[in-house]
Design a protein around this ligand. Structure first.
Ligand code: ZN
Length: 442
């Protein structure tokens, strides 16, 4: 879109330009509304219809078709203020790719912390045959410089400016969205507000327009997911991002679960507590135990409805480090959405190309092929690596970046003069991920 438009909208203001009071950041801005429950009634009925049809087919044909893997192309629209690539709101590609890794682990139940799931809930857990990948091409069929990434510079807004879901949906999404029947659009933004504070993200529910009996539609030109840039990706996977690390110190949503949760909404999941009562199932999934309340932090011993709450469910509001599972019913609901919701189903046959594989950290095999010598070093160190380094940074033992070199290639010498003796880490960013190598300076 023309940048002038964005400038105008920013200056006109999408929300009150007031000093930001200290407010708590909330996990999610998708809260139970009547229209969501109406949509839910449809899903529930449709699931039953699908099951019935499947059982009829099974009876007629005597064999089962193996389940497909649902593959969804992602584009991350990074709205930034013109910082150098990889800094501030202009987040590095590795942060995006670490997010894709988290999504694939979480939805496929390959997350390393699944083992933390309470024993009584492990049998309820669901694995989903789904894979998220970065789009290779833009809507015009041109290869993206960075797979899955569309960088959009906007003017830095006045202090105190913030987006609300309403203003962002009205002013930014329609002008920046890529065809939502071909891309899962993710917008990465600086600040988001909800009435009671800041939110880490929000999502649009599946499109049901055109289907009989559904009063609400889900407009195509705002379809997708929004996340704050400091909630994108996982600190576990991008240790080199010291700037992000310093911003996030002590924060609770730093392992990429904001988008796990929001894409759960995008694929039709509700919060287990959405009806705020013990009388009925808040999310229409019997295997997420009844709960009337939200869970924050990581208190695993909550039972507001007399049964243990599934605090670790991705659709709760728990801390990132405390989450570990979707349930089988939740997986079934998301599968139903992918089978029947028009703009979700069409993603499965999108022709935007697969820009992967991408990785935030280089493979161990790749990292082993990186050579530093001499090491320990004095005035300089020679580096050889199997793929061209786009950027090299040297970090001290406190994780502070001290120097950087841009596009040095596959073999180069780094000047170490002036660095005090001690242990450092070289971060070598390549198209195959970032290799991290220890370096001792004498
Ligand atoms: Zn939510």
């Amino acid at each position: 879109m023309p940048k002038a438009y964005l400038l105008i909208y920013l200056l006109m203001g999408a929300g009150p330009l007031s000093a930001q009071p200290a407010v708590d950041e909330q996990r999610c801005a998708n809260f139970g509304e009547a229209r969501l429950r109406q949509a839910q009634a449809y899903f529930y009925a449709h699931q039953l219809a699908l099951q019935k049809a499947a059982s009829q087919r099974a009876g007629a044909s005597q064999f089962r078709v193996e389940s497909p893997t649902y593959r969804l192309p992602l584009v991350f629209h990074i709205l930034h203020y013109g910082e150098p690539l990889g800094q501030g709101t202009n987040v590095p590609a590795t942060q995006v790719y670490s997010q894709i890794e988290v999504l694939n682990e979480d939805f496929q139940q390959r997350n390393p912390d699944f083992t933390n799931t309470l024993p009584q809930f492990r049998q309820e857990a669901g694995q989903m045959a789904i894979e998220f990948y970065p789009a290779r091409d833009d809507p015009n069929g041109q290869r993206l410089a960075e797979p899955g990434i569309n960088r959009i510079q906007i003017p830095r807004p006045a202090p105190g400016f913030f987006w609300t879901a309403e203003s962002f949906d009205a002013q930014i999404k329609p002008r920046t969205i890529w065809d939502p029947s071909r891309y899962l659009n993710v917008w990465v933004v600086d600040s988001l507000r909800v009435p009671r504070g800041v939110t880490a993200g929000y999502a649009q529910f599946p499109d049901l327009s055109g289907l009989a009996g559904l009063p609400e539609r889900s407009p195509a030109n705002t379809d997708g997911v929004v996340v704050r840039y400091v909630r994108l990706g996982s600190l576990n996977k991008v240790p080199s991002n010291a700037q992000l690390r310093s911003r996030l110190a002590g924060r609770i949503f730093v392992y990429g679960r904001t988008l796990t949760h929001e894409i759960g909404h995008y694929l039709g999941l509700l919060h287990p507590f959405d009806r705020e009562t013990c009388a009925v199932d808040g999310d229409f999934c019997a295997d997420t135990p009844l709960t009337s309340s939200q869970s924050f932090g990581c208190n695993l011993n909550q039972a507001p409805c007399g049964v243990p709450m599934m605090v670790q469910n991705y659709m709760q509001l728990t801390d990132d480090a405390c989450m570990s599972l979707f349930t089988a019913c939740q997986v079934q609901r998301m599968t139903t959405v992918l089978e029947v919701s028009p703009r979700r189903r069409s993603l499965l046959t999108s022709n935007v190309g697969d820009g992967g594989p991408v990785t935030s950290l280089a493979s161990a095999n790749f990292a082993q092929q990186v050579r530093l010598y001499p090491n320990p070093a004095r005035q300089q160190v020679r580096v050889q690596l199997p793929a061209s380094a786009q950027k090299v940074l040297v970090y001290n033992a406190l994780g502070q970046p001290l120097r950087q070199w841009l596009a040095p290639g596959t073999q180069f010498d780094l000047d170490l003069t002036g660095l005090p003796a001690g242990l450092y880490h070289l971060h070598l960013q390549t198209a195959q991920g970032t290799a991290v190598k220890p370096l001792v300076v004498e």
